[in-house]
Design a protein around this ligand. Structure first.
Ligand code: 7TS
Length: 418
């Protein structure tokens, strides 16, 4: 068991000092222990300052004005896109589309690529461990287009059933695999490079939901060889209302646009319109300029630490959390036990106490966790639980905060006379 935060690969106190929200008292003198990072992370001063600086000194609409402010805003907005391209190693900035977040990115693919390419007789293959945002858009489209959705089962150890994946790819006319990189409930990290190779072998494309992976580990879209990759800014110390859809250039070029309006056109006549180049074809209207710039600053911050180190910190803290949770009588933790293939979330149930009651008692102790189905109802059905409590960690969390969680859980047991 690591005894101190010196085991971490970077100076955790220096990182914490950058996040003002962490230094408040929650209820009457109880320090805040923020363990709800899978829902949304906190922001450092560097991100807050980048947004404030933009609004104070550089704001104008982008891609339009000939004046200086518009040029500055455009340079900052496009500069953020370049930073994000580097962060995920996309081949070109044309492959990096700004959206409102993971949900919108997946919907974009569903309503453009999906609507043009999926029909009666086709199969879309997804999994039982998806967030609703990688299930519901496909269900809505399937009702319209008549294709079939099949689900790769989750095994009792919290990993995907790869025999079933191989069999479904072999036996079914799969056109698209839509899979999560890291589960927001189980923590499972799926072997995306292998899954992409297998999908491509049968001529299918692969879309990856990277909402819980991009913030926590190095992501290289070219090494993974994925066709689409979606993620959100707010889970990676960036602003809300901004996210990314990465897509391979030739696939994006062939896709029809989604939202129509300003910026996404090359020429408009009363008879019809032609489309702008990538990525603008998919960015209709005035974009979320300040959030994009904030996301650029978030990427700078994460890169300055190094994503390998962020991941290493999370492996240490998750191993410690799993270890300490297993000491608490009556607790069941879901997902793989091996932290090599697991992200920094620990979802659990406690015998005799509902997940919502756990979260409420923890809150009184200053410990913020989420309780519920975490937008993964089919997975909770599979686990045969209505709700779990979830502690999720990020780059600023400490071993002492895990200890605070465990102490608060013992208080919950006491409150319920267990
Ligand atoms: N995919 C996964 C795996 C997620 O965890 C989430 C959000 C999303 C997609 C949707 O992201 P959004 O930014 O478009 O909303 N997950 C959670 C969660 O676990 N608790 O709150 C939100």
């Amino acid at each position: 068991m690591p005894e101190s935060n010196h085991a971490f690969p970077y100076d955790i106190e220096a990182v914490r000092a950058d996040f003002p929200v962490l230094h408040q008292e929650h209820h009457d003198g109880v320090p805040l222990v923020f363990l709800d990072n899978a829902a949304s992370s906190q922001r450092p001063n560097q991100v807050i300052d980048a947004i404030a600086d933009y609004y104070r000194y550089h704001h104008a609409n982008v891609h339009r004005g000939i004046h200086k402010l518009s040029e500055e805003a455009t340079a900052a907005y496009e500069g953020a896109r370049k930073k994000i391209r580097r962060f995920i190693n996309a081949a070109s900035k044309r492959e990096v589309i700004f959206t409102r977040g993971t949900t919108e990115s997946i919907n974009l693919v569903a309503y453009t690529w999906g609507r043009a390419n999926l029909g009666v007789g086709d199969v879309l293959l997804t999994t039982e461990m998806e967030h609703h945002s990688n299930i519901v858009p496909w269900q809505i489209l399937a009702q319209e287009k008549g294709f079939t959705i099949r689900y790769v089962p989750v095994l009792p150890d919290g990993t995907l059933d790869f025999e079933a994946y191989a069999r479904l790819l072999r036996d079914e006319p799969v056109k698209l695999v839509a899979v999560v990189h890291a589960s927001n409930v189980l923590g499972t990290i799926n072997p995306i490079a292998d899954m992409a190779r297998m999908a491509h072998e049968v001529g299918a494309l692969i879309l990856v939901d990277g909402a819980q992976s991009t913030p926590h580990m190095p992501v290289d879209v070219q090494a993974l060889d994925v066709d689409f990759y979606a993620f959100s800014g707010h889970k990676m110390i960036g602003p809300t209302g901004i996210g990314i859809l990465y897509g391979k250039r030739d696939i994006l070029e062939a896709m029809p646009p989604w939202l129509g309006g300003g910026d996404m056109i090359a020429r408009v006549t009363l008879e019809g319109s032609t489309w702008n180049d990538l990525p603008y074809k998919f960015e209709a209207g005035t974009p979320s300029i300040a959030p994009a710039i904030g996301l650029g600053a978030a990427v700078d911050y994460l890169s300055s630490i190094g994503m390998e180190k962020v991941h290493e910190h999370e492996r240490i803290i998750t191993a410690y959390a799993l270890d300490r949770l297993s000491e608490v009588p009556g607790i069941t933790v879901y997902g793989p036990q091996d932290v090599a293939n697991r992200g920094a979330v620990a979802s659990f149930t406690m015998e005799g106490i509902h997940a919502h009651d756990i979260a409420q008692i923890l809150d009184a102790e200053g410990v913020a966790v989420r309780a519920g189905h975490h937008c993964a109802m089919p997975l909770h059905d599979k686990l045969c639980v209505a709700a779990t409590a979830r502690a999720s960690f990020y780059l600023y969390n400490t071993l002492q905060e895990v200890d605070a969680l465990i102490e608060a859980l013992y208080k919950a047991k006491k409150a319920f006379a267990l």
